[in-house]
Write a protein that binds this ligand. Structure first.
Ligand code: 4AD
Ligand code: MG
Length: 488
């Protein structure tokens, strides 16, 4: 089947077919009228560039849209934000910004945007303001560029895993497990479910209402259910049947972290690989990050230049230095602490104490990546305490085979581990963490029936989008951010 759609600005600019008749649908970005001629800059979201449309006197007369005036202000409705259909001929541009422009023969107004109420003016708006108009902010240059980069990064994720023999599996969004054992979950229930009924198991404490009335909650799913915090456990299941799998889907965390790096709803990429141990996992993580950065540098040059100019002056240099570096630094957690202690002895001041038992704070991670190594760093073999129940315990009895990938400007973008594949050790750690092993028997069973060493990690998709775009706030790299205090 052959089908056609109206050409986009990107397609028209790429074709550069001078002399050709074109029809373009787009929004007005700017409009300059002089006595006999008008210059419009139109953008349709297909690329950073707009295209210049030259409207001469004859075309203005032939286009009723130019006579239509705004009833309030009495001005022409071909104004910033309006949508148009333009017919014309592609000609060599008079200016030197672009090779081609459109010499219009007819202009039709599709939708006006009254200037007294249209919120996006032709000036720089703050990201805070743009967040208040999430239904319109995609039309701004920077958010427009970020969302195209986000699209490219999604495709690069699939490209990478498909090239390396992984199967894409869809793990559930509604779950009855706490995959991180951290309890920061959103409960899922149908809206009319408080009266006496079926009852069921509960992952957590009895609710106050259950304690006082003695009535069991009627659970839609027969037990308490939550929005998933990670697809890892289900990923592990399919790694034990398909070998190499990955998920890429939304995950939810009810942590009340009101920071520039935390969302309540974010997307996570989680590969899980059977027969793979910690070293191989670190290789996989590094290869993925390199693929994503290399791919955006190749495909999104125009967007990256815009962001480098307006958002983060170090952006291009730092991304290039990643692809040019031979390998990411890998250090054990204990080595990382030793380096930080050395820095403190040398006079470096941190807000948080540096101590093996205290863990790494963001400021410590940033010192390692920004000041000391000046590149991404993988830290592995973390203290068991403070890490999730599923990480494989090391022989030393103190550390686990977990790893984090840390990058300059942000800190952690990947967290992962080799998984505990010893049935008894896993069960003992679950009990120690107050989890009910019976509830997770299916997960323990993976260690009973054909268990294998296996490993996986989670890459926070918005974190990598933030890293690659240089955006300061994670809420500006997802179309509709959901975070503590924000869901619109
Ligand atoms: O380190 P985390 O919590 O690891 C897991 O969830 C594992 N189950 C993943 C796995 O092994 N399959 O989260 C993984 C990554 C973090 O490194 C971070 O990039 C991102 O997810 N992340 C968040 N991104 C945005 N907002 C939040 N609230 C995030 N919490 C974690
Ligand atoms: Mg983590």
């Amino acid at each position: 089947m052959i089908f056609t759609m109206p050409a986009t600005v990107k397609e028209i600019l790429a074709a550069e077919a001078k002399g050709q008749e074109v029809e373009l649908h787009a929004w007005v970005r700017s409009c300059r009228d002089s006595k006999n001629i008008s210059f419009l800059n139109l953008n349709d979201g297909s690329c950073v560039s707009g295209i210049q449309v030259v409207v001469d006197e004859e075309c203005r007369k032939a286009s009723p849209a130019f006579a239509q005036t705004d009833q309030i202000n009495g001005i022409n409705q071909i104004s910033n934000g309006a949508s148009l259909r333009v017919k014309g001929r592609l000609v060599a541009s008079q200016g030197n910004l672009q090779a081609v422009e459109i010499q219009a023969s007819g202009i039709e107004l599709l939708g006006a945007a009254p200037q007294d109420t249209y919120p996006l003016q032709k000036k720089r708006h703050s990201f805070e303001f743009l967040r208040e108009i999430s239904h319109l902010r995609g039309r701004s240059n920077s958010i427009g560029a970020v969302m195209r980069l986000r699209n490219r990064l999604s495709m690069l994720v699939h490209e990478f895993f498909q090239q390396h023999g992984f199967y894409y599996i869809h793990t559930p969004i509604i779950t009855v497990s706490d995959a991180e054992g951290a309890g920061e979950m959103f409960r899922v229930e149908s809206s009319g479910c408080l009266d006496e009924g079926r009852g069921g198991e509960s992952l957590g404490e009895k609710s106050a209402e259950e304690k006082s009335t003695g009535k069991k909650r009627k659970y839609f799913f027969g037990q308490e259910a939550f929005l998933t915090v990670s697809g890892q456990m289900e990923g592990e299941v399919y790694a034990h049947s398909h070998g190499r799998v990955y998920t890429f889907g939304p995950t939810f965390r009810a942590e009340e972290s009101n920071t520039s790096r935390h969302l309540a709803e974010f997307w996570m990429i989680e590969p899980e690989v059977a027969f793979l141990e910690l070293d191989g996992l670190m290789d996989l993580a590094e290869a993925l990050v390199r693929h994503l950065i290399g791919g955006t540098l190749r495909h999104c040059a125009e967007e990256l230049e815009l962001l480098n100019k307006w958002i983060e002056p170090e952006l291009l240099r730092s991304l290039q230095s990643v692809t040019e570096s031979e390998h990411f630094v890998r250090i054990s957690y204990t080595e990382a602490i030793a380096l930080l202690e050395g820095a403190v002895q040398g006079g470096k001041k941190f807000d948080y104490r540096v101590a093996w038992e205290d863990g790494l704070q963001t400021e410590h991670e940033r010192w390692l990546t920004e000041e000391h190594f000046r590149q991404p760093v993988i830290v592995y073999n973390y203290p068991a305490e403070g890490k999730a129940f599923y990480m494989k315990q090391n022989e030393d009895g103190k550390t686990v085979r977990g790893m984090d990938v840390l990058v300059p400007r942000l800190g952690e973008i990947i967290g992962g581990s080799q998984r505990e594949d010893d049935y008894e050790k896993l069960k003992a750690r679950m009990l120690a963490d107050g989890m009910d092993p019976e509830h997770y028997q299916w997960y323990l069973d993976l260690r009973r029936f054909g268990g294998t060493p296996h490993s996986g990690f989670g890459l926070g998709f918005e974190r990598i989008v933030q890293y690659v775009t240089g955006m300061k706030n994670i809420r500006d790299v997802i179309p509709f951010p959901r975070a503590v205090g924000q869901a619109s």
